[in-house]
Design a protein around this ligand. Sequence first.
Ligand SMILES: O=C(O)CCC(=O)C(=O)O
Length: 307
Amino acid sequence: MSITAETMQARKPEFPLAAHGKTLPAERTGWLAPTDPAIGVDAIRRRYQDDGYVWLKRLLPRTDVLDFRRWVFERLAETGLVEPGSDFSLGIASAAGFDRSLADRRLMSLVRSAAYEGFCAQPPLARFMDDFLQGISYLHKRKIMRFVQPGSPTATPAHYDLVYLRGGTRRLVTAWIPIGDIPAEMGGLVYLEGSHALGIKMEAEFRAASGDLSPEERISAYNRHMAEGGWVSKDLPDMAERFDTRWLAADYEAGDVMLHSPYMIHASTTNQDCSRRLRLSTDIRYQNVDDEIDVRWNNHWSLGDML
Ligand SMILES: O=C(O)CCC(=O)C(=O)O
């Protein structure tokens, strides 16, 4: 069966999506359009250019993704994060508290592990990225893996990625990969419809006003011209209203890969999963190896590395 917007997204979220204590109104919320990788790389590239994102359905083998989910949660189990005795591939959050500082340390080990490296460099993805980037693809060493507990207030504020990667080419592509199913209520990424054009405008305004900054400050997301954390805003409903657009959500499945432009504004919503599943995902960045590389991303991700 071919993948169409109708077959993939015929439902409404069971309850409104929310982030940072604010609910997204139904009229400012919509669905992302899925893409069947079988349409071919040229058509995929055109969609990416038009929409600022492409949601590739089932690009990776689902069972491999679920195996990796299990592997990650097995390694985080000693922190108390997952329900003892449960199937770790489900990633059910423990009802008791967990040791956050130990989990952070484990996460830093996991993003340095051979298994994670292999997951990110798996042949179907690497080959696809070579085709997509029309050359030899380069995967940045700084790769992020995130887990989000159900019911926690954690949600990524609205931003576009170039803010954190201003020291190299602008021809970057982010791959956001759900490690497990992430239905909309579980707080996956939401995208501000049509906002890659807004990101380009915001970046041009930033550059025009940055004459008083040192070269180092100019590429930093934390300089005095930027809002806290390099974010555009934490108020998602206000942004949709202000730019007269909508936040687009999705029911992501294990095996899907989301690609987005460095100018596309995105955020995440609160994990409201009733079955208490942990949201697990990775976000990694690619470019053509011949383009200039932002050397600040040549190290593994560390918490507090100010990128
Ligand atoms: O997973 C998240 O919450 C944020 C990911 C993100 O910002 C990205 O993929 O660029």
